[in-house]
Design a protein around this ligand. Structure first.
Ligand SMILES: [Zn+2]
Length: 179
């Protein structure tokens, strides 16, 4: 399974065992795998892996600025969604501001797909199921995004909280839950 690096103290050398073994002496370092850090695929980052010797299951620890299974940065997604849901921008058709050249077509395509995913009904339902009591009645993906920003804060904070319930922003992955 996969946990987020910011779900346990920065100074801790080993994560807590997500399979609830106490004390967590069951975890051993277990190599790493590489993941692209950007949609262009020109930068890789090592994702450390751990093995729980009691259960035989492996655990990977995702950096706080990574989305599960999507090679696009948390900050880029947050900025893009903010821009899409900026009321002034919406009057202009809901498109994000033109970005400077470093964000090329590949990045824009990834961001657009992330937004399309976020806008789907199953995401709305899942996110409302988790954050529901803190959110007002919502009619659109932008209302949902703006409410999440107000009530939960940064996308990093949303991902961290969702991961504790085996959920994420764009999809709920079984591997985010120890059960
Ligand atoms: Zn364990």
């Amino acid at each position: 399974m996969q946990i987020r690096r910011n779900s346990y103290p920065a100074e801790a050398e080993l994560p807590p065992c997500p399979f609830r073994h106490e004390p967590a002496a069951c975890l051993q370092r277990h190599g790493f795998y590489e993941r692209y850090a950007t949609p262009e695929g020109n930068e890789k980052r090592r994702i450390p892996r751990f093995l729980c010797v009691l259960s035989g299951r492996t655990l990977s620890v995702l950096p706080a600025n990574f989305l599960p299974y999507r090679p696009i940065g948390v900050e880029a997604v947050q900025d893009d969604f903010d821009a899409r849901c900026d009321p002034e921008q919406q009057e202009l058709g809901g498109l994000p501001r033109e970005k400077d050249p470093p964000d090329g077509a590949i990045v824009q395509g990834s961001l657009r797909r992330a937004w399309q995913r976020f806008s789907q009904t199953d995401r709305l339902q899942s996110l409302l199921a988790h954050f529901g009591q803190r959110l007002p009645l919502l009619r659109s993906a932008c209302q949902l995004w703006r409410s999440l920003r107000q009530q939960v804060g940064s996308l990093e904070a949303m991902l961290l909280e969702l991961a504790t319930a085996g959920r994420s922003l764009l999809k709920d992955y079984r591997c985010l839950s120890p059960n």
